[in-house]
Each structure stands twice: as structure tokens, then as C-alpha cells.
Design a binder for this molecule. Structure first.
Ligand SMILES: Cc1cc2nc3c(=O)[nH]c(=O)nc-3n(C[C@H](O)[C@H](O)[C@H](O)COP(=O)(O)OP(=O)(O)OC[C@H]3O[C@@H](n4cnc5c(N)ncnc54)[C@H](O)[C@@H]3O)c2cc1C
Length: 305
């Protein structure tokens, strides 16, 4: 029996978990999740905001899935530190967990750029369901929306807002095909945001770097994600541009540590975005490799010093 710990409970982490369970190995599995919510379809967040999907449709694991399968899940308790020598994780609540095999499926995040006024009420990044819920709610009362960030991510969101007959302005790179400019929809390429303006916490507008102000009651930053690998600094695990580097078996440079999904990449092949399907396939591949190793009795010994 091996102690397997999975960091992250989304496409890659959950698919790895399901494949380990289906492999029927008698392992002790723990899932560490930063989010309070159970696994949900992040790739359907835009459908949720547009109204095509309801919140309940996003969840794909029953509440009792973990207990029924003897899985320990730590919700809202992220990994903070990794002690490679002791094969031990330290979580936010300071609890410690040992592992034989570690699977890192910590994905990405969206960080708001460091702009004056970024904490005003009505400024959001869109990466998780909590943010999607706040954006959806805010959209019901907002007439003028500004989207800032990566072109394709902004385009998808702009189409949803335009369909709701709201005014939308996109500050991004070159205008992609599919965006139809109108008196209510404008694409502004080649400029950036200098400041977010308002009185107190109230959001009024954003100011571009050419000095022009655009009225906004909702600002959403889209795309330009960062891999969640900060906890690996000084562990000796190879990173490239923040992504965990893995081999063809999704193994890191450390024998008993694997990575899958959008937090990792193959050497010399940095892909900043992966599809949900691709992340899930990688998770299931890690489970296959782990099942093979464990079947052959390969459980790494913990070092004590
Ligand atoms: C708005 C949006 C729309 C998208 N639309 C599509 C689409 O239409 N089609 C498509 O194929 N893909 C889409 N994607 C991309 C898709 O969601 C990703 O490919 C997929 O979520 C990647 O899965 P992952 O498991 O690698 O990482 P993530 O989904 O990022 O999950 C990683 C999980 O690990 C957790 N975590 C991070 N750090 C820690 C830590 N230290 N301790 C514990 N847990 C941690 C995070 O909280 C998160 O829950 C979209 C993404 C977004 C944001």
C-alpha cells in the first residue's frame, strides 16, 4: 500500500484520483485542495455566467464520493511548503502529511496587475467559481463593462456581455475575428490600463495609458494565467518559466513526484494553456504510471535526515 497525495482537485487532480480508484490498488490517498468547493467544471464558467449552465451543473462529484472511496480530502487548506527529504507536506493549518508519491495538479491562477485602484468594488479576475458568481451577480446591475487581458479570453466574455445588451469595451491585443464592433461594443488594441478610478471603494472608470477615461461599473481581467508552483521554490524540482518540467511519463526530475495539467510542461515545450480534456488525460496518465510502479512493489523509502 502506498501513500499518495494529490495537490489540486480540478481537471488533472480529479482525473488522477478517479483513475487511481478505478485501478483498484489498495492505496492511502489524500487530496489537498485550496478551494472550499468540491470539483467543478472550470471550463464551463462562461456558460454559467451566460446562463447556459446552472451552478449545480458544474459539479461532477457527489458530496459523499470521497468518503465512499476512502479518500481523505482537505478543503480550503492549501499546501504551503514541501519538505523533499522527509517526503512531507505542510498545509495552511500547519498540519503535516507524509507521502510516498506526490502528484502536483495545482493548475494556474489569475493575478490582478498591480494597478492603483485595483481593490475597488467591481474589479475582478476570472479564474474560479467564486469569482464567476460575483461577476454574474454584478452583471445584473452593471450597464458598462470593461474587459482587460488576453484577446481570446476577453472575446468569449465580450460576446456574453454583448448578448445581454450591455456596453462592453475590451482593452487587449489585436481585435480577433468574431468580435463585432457596434455603438455598444468597442475593441481597444495596443493600449494598457494606467489606473482604476472611483470615490472610496466605488468604481467609476478606468484610465488608459493615453490619458483617456472609460466609464465602468464592472471591470474583469481575463486570461494571462500564472502557474501555481511557488511552493516548489528551493525544493530542487525543475521549473521552466514557473511551469513544472516533466518527462513523457509526467514525472518531475524527482523520482516520486509527478505533475499533470496546466501547472506543468514538457522540457522545451512551454504551452501556457491546456484544455480541460488535456489536463484530465494527463491526470489519468499519472495514475496509470503510479499503478504500474506500485504493482511492481516500487514504493520509495522515506529519508529521515
Ligand atoms: C474562465 C475559463 C474558461 C475556460 N474555458 C475553457 C473551455 O471552454 N474549454 C477548455 O478546454 N478549457 C477551458 N478552460 C481551461 C480549463 O479550465 C483548464 O484547462 C483546466 O481547468 C486545467 O485544469 P488543472 O487541473 O490543470 O488546473 P486548475 O483547473 O487550475 O486546478 C488547479 C486546482 O489546484 C488548486 N491549488 C492551487 N494551488 C494549490 C495549493 N498550494 N494547495 C492545494 N490546492 C492548490 C487550485 O485552487 C485549483 O482548484 C477555461 C479556464 C478558465 C479560467
Amino acid at each position: 500500500m502506498a501513500k499518495i497525495v494529490i495537490i489540486g482537485n480540478s481537471a488533472a487532480g480529479n482525473s488522477c484520483l478517479q483513475s487511481l480508484i478505478n485501478g483498484q490498488g489498495n492505496n492511502e490517498i489524500t487530496v489537498i485542495s485550496q478551494e472550499e468547493l468540491l470539483s467543478y467544471r472550470r471550463d464551463q464558467l462562461l456558460d454559467y455566467i451566460s446562463g447556459k449552465a446552472e451552478e449545480k451543473d458544474l459539479f461532477f462529484c457527489a458530496e459523499d464520493f470521497y468518503s465512499r472511496n476512502n479518500i481523505t480530502i482537505q478543503k480550503n487548506n492549501p499546501l504551503i511548503r514541501l519538505d523533499i527529504k522527509k517526503q512531507r507536506l505542510v498545509l495552511k493549518d500547519n498540519s503535516k502529511i507524509n507521502y510516498d508519491y506526490l502528484v502536483i495538479a495545482s493548475g494556474q491562477r489569475l493575478e490582478l496587475p498591480d494597478l492603483p485602484g485595483k481593490t475597488k468594488d467591481g474589479v475582478f479576475g476570472l479564474y474560479n467559481l467564486k469569482e464567476a458568481k460575483e461577476i454574474k451577480q454584478r452583471l445584473t446591475i452593471s450597464q458598462s463593462v470593461c474587459l482587460v487581458g488576453e484577446a481570446m479570453a476577453c472575446l468569449d466574455m465580450a460576446l456574453i456581455i454583448a448578448a445581454k445588451d450591455k456596453e462592453v469595451k475590451v482593452i487587449s491585443g489585436p481585435q480577433p475575428q468574431g468580435f463585432v464592433a457596434s455603438d455598444k461594443a468597442e475593441w481597444i488594441a495596443g493600449l494598457s490600463v494606467a489606473e482604476i478610478i472611483g470615490e472610496g471603494s466605488e468604481l467609476k472608470a478606468l484610465k488608459l495609458n493615453n490619458g483617456k477615461a472609460l466609464a465602468a461599473s464592472l471591470i474583469v481581467f481575463c486570461g494571462n494565467y500564472t502557474p501555481n508552483s511557488d511552493f516548489l521554490k528551493e525544493t530542487g524540482i525543475n521549473l521552466g518559466q514557473g511551469y513544472i518540467i516533466v518527462d513523457d511519463n509526467m514525472r518531475t526530475n524527482l523520482e516520486n513526484i509527478f505533475a499533470c495539467g496546466s501547472v506543468c510542461n514538457k522540457e522545451g515545450n512551454i504551452t501556457k494553456e491546456k484544455s480541460w480534456e488535456q489536463a484530465a488525460q494527463e491526470g489519468s496518465m499519472v495514475a496509470g504510471v503510479l499503478n504500474g510502479l506500485i504493482e511492481r512493489g516500487k514504493i520509495p523509502c522515506q529519508q529521515t535526515s
